[in-house]
Design a protein around this ligand. Structure first.
Ligand code: ATP
Ligand code: MG
Length: 455
């Protein structure tokens, strides 16, 4: 056990409080030999008891949400550790489910606290001496069998978010879901509609990044397949689920539209924007096919559908903008016939980071087709970008030696569209001839195009 945790337990016990336990991720992961989780604590003491802890290195922040919970921050050496504390409690959901407990009762009984938790592997309690208690009596066995099992037969029916957590843990840890738990999840999948979109998004993101947590290789694909089999995708991203069973040209594709999207997502590197773009790149296909009988134009339609799907999941605008730009551009140079000029224009439009993501999406798209065909263009694109960087070309407009203010001042023109047009022309010029990216040269060129036009 790490020194800061031991120190915390010492402070706790010296205050004369009832025994406190690490619960959830920490004991589970340490028994699995895995590192890296946040720290969750529980004991029968109310969170107010933490306020009274005498040590100056412990600070308490009351949580505004949730009953009986607190966040404890501990300064230890130079580091700051964050513990989430919950008092032992018993959640009463009453009959008929719903996703919030009807009432909550605090308890001194560790077994009652264990029964309100989600999965048996998450209901293990590690005390100050490092021993692990298993109040459900099934947690240690589930851990050994790599099984996700709900704590009681009602657990998943009470809060459908737990179904997404189930998939997430199975994907992150490489566990399988117990049969009864799986059947229960499937039977109650409609409950997802009652969960706030933010919470659905947070779990979905964790599933999309499941391999990044502990390095499990096929976690993302397993997680996405579980969501598909449970029927959860039609609640999470309905437009994507429409591609289920939609056949495509067998010359290029081994899978239908939905399966191809899941495969592509799992092929993409562990970057959320790239994964989302790979997942959603063909989201326009079902609508394109329905409305025109063809899949053409699905990139632009897809960008619009991806935007509404991401908005519906309450993704921030920055993430949505980046994902949609990639979805809209994913057909670029598919025939690998774009010349250098077109590639440079795309680099300037997307910027370096996004352009590299586009190359990753292209490769994910082909990897996810299941045909083993090499991805066209991506190598050529990266090579062009490398050359531009070696030549010190201004890839982003901000790297131009002049800005809008310079153009207005030197050319005596007012703010407006014309300034932007001139800057675009200067940018194209400097990308073509990086050696000309100096104030003097660009202003000279700006004066010429301002008088004569730039064609
Ligand atoms: P990690 O932190 O590694 O993602 P964790 O198991 O610690 O995994 P947390 O979200 O930190 O997960 O929650 C801590 C513990 O609180 C869980 O292990 C579980 O016992 C309980 N818990 C969290 N959310 C729920 C829920 N929706 N229903 C029931 N129990 C929950
Ligand atoms: Mg945790």
């Amino acid at each position: 056990m790490e020194a800061h945790i031991e120190r915390f337990f010492t402070i706790w016990s010296e205050a004369g409080l009832p025994p406190c336990y690490l619960v959830g991720g920490y004991p589970r992961n340490s028994l699995l030999g895995l590192a890296g989780t946040d720290l969750d604590l529980a004991s029968p003491a109310p969170p107010q008891a933490l306020c009274a802890l005498p040590a100056p290195e412990i600070a308490l922040e009351e949580r505004t949400y949730g009953l009986g919970t607190a966040v404890v921050k501990q300064r230890f050496g130079d580091a700051l550790y964050v513990y989430e504390y919950t008092a032992f409690r018993c959640d009463n959901y009453g009959r008929g489910g719903g996703h919030k407990p009807r009432n909550v009762r605090f308890t001194e009984d560790i077994r009652e606290d264990a029964l309100r938790r989600d999965f048996t592997v998450n209901a293990l309690y590690m005390g100050a001496d490092g021993t692990v208690a298993d109040p459900t009596g099934r947690g240690i066995a589930a851990l050994a069998g790599k099984l996700i099992e709900q704590v009681t037969p009602e657990t998943l029916t009470q809060d459908a978010l737990r179904i997404l957590r189930m998939v997430r843990f199975a994907a992150e840890l490489g566990f399988t879901v117990g049969r009864d738990t799986w059947e229960c999840a499937k039977a109650h999948i409609n409950g997802l509609a009652d969960i706030s979109r933010e919470r659905v998004r947070d779990e979905f993101v964790k599933i999309l990044m499941a391999d990044a947590k502990y390095g499990g290789k096929d976690g993302v694909l397993r997680g996405l397949h579980m969501l598909k089999e449970l029927g959860a995708l039609s609640c999470i991203v309905p437009a994507l689920a429409e591609g289920d069973g939609m056949e495509q040209n067998a010359q290029y594709h081994a899978y239908d539209v939905l399966e191809h999207s899941l495969q592509a997502c799992a092929c993409a590197p562990a970057d959320l924007v790239t994964r989302l773009a790979a997942l959603l790149h063909d989201i326009g296909k079902p609508a394109a096919l329905r409305e025109t009988g063809k899949m053409y134009g699905h990139d632009q339609r897809g960008a619009a559908l991806a935007r509404s799907a991401l908005k519906d999941l309450r993704f921030d605008k920055g993430t949505a903008d980046e994902v949609c730009a990639l979805v809209g551009a994913h057909m670029f140079d598919l025939d690998n016939r774009a010349g250098r000029k077109a590639v440079v224009r795309m680099i300037a439009r997307l910027g370096e980071r996004q352009f590299l993501r586009l190359a990753d999406v292209r490769e994910a798209d082909f990897c996810g087709s299941g045909k083993g065909n090499p991805a066209p263009s991506a190598g050529k694109w990266r090579e062009t970008l490398r050359e531009l960087k070696e030549a010190d070309a201004p890839i982003s407009r901000r790297q131009l030696a002049v800005n809008g203010g310079d153009v207005m001042r030197e050319l005596h023109i007012p703010p407006g569209k014309r300034v932007g047009e001139i800057l675009s022309a200067l940018h194209a010029y400097a990308l073509k001839k990086p050696s000309q990216n100096s104030y003097k040269n660009l202003i000279r060129y700006a004066k010429i195009i301002n008088t004569h036009g730039n064609e």
